[in-house]
Design a protein around this ligand. Structure first.
Ligand code: ZN
Length: 180
């Protein structure tokens, strides 16, 4: 359907409560007007996704995206990024976390965000607190925004939604772009 996806990943979601989280996110998306009419589940080739058209809130700022879709999905536990995947970098000293690839495999299975310690400076934190601009992520729930329009400015849409999600729903979220 689309070649590009903006992905907002709910870092706090756990498989045990994924369906409850999904309901909360769905209710917020509908109440806020980001999600509009439902779309068929296979609209964007996302496994088990709840799909929606853009709602009135989204179209107010982004009126050309009438054919965009929002999907709520677990994405089979892996959220890919563009190009050559990079491991997380330490937010303090920039050192790459080479152990991450094993952690990612575990994350995609268990759904539990891994915690890492920097081998150079000792910074310790969950992956979402590292620099993850081009890092594939695990996670059991997220929002994938796809566009059927060639007038593509998805990052603005994603960053606007991200800010409103954090305000309205709370929690820790990560943002990645994926060119399929
Ligand atoms: Zn460090």
């Amino acid at each position: 359907m689309s070649d590009d996806a903006e992905q907002l990943i709910d870092l706090d979601a756990r498989p045990a409560d994924a369906s409850a989280r999904r309901d909360r996110i769905r209710d917020w998306l509908i109440a806020s007007g980001w999600a509009g009419d439902p779309l068929p589940a296979d609209y964007a080739d996302l496994p088990d996704a709840l799909m929606f058209q853009f709602g009135p809130r989204a179209l107010r700022d982004f009126p050309t995206f009438r054919y965009a879709s929002l999907g709520l999905t677990g994405n089979n536990g892996i959220w890919m990024t563009d190009g050559e995947p990079e491991p997380p970098q330490c937010p303090t000293c920039g050192t790459e976390n080479e152990e991450y690839w094993e952690q990612l495999e575990e994350w995609s299975t268990t759904g539990v965000e891994p915690v890492s310690t920097c081998e150079s400076c000792g910074f310790t934190g969950p992956v979402g607190d590292w620099v993850i601009d081009n890092t594939p992520l695990g996670g059991s729930m997220g929002i994938s925004i796809s566009f059927a329009s060639s007038e593509y400015a998805g990052e603005d849409v994603a960053r606007t939604l991200l800010a409103e999600l954090k305000d309205g729903l709370g929690g820790r979220w990560a943002y990645t772009h994926h060119h399929l």
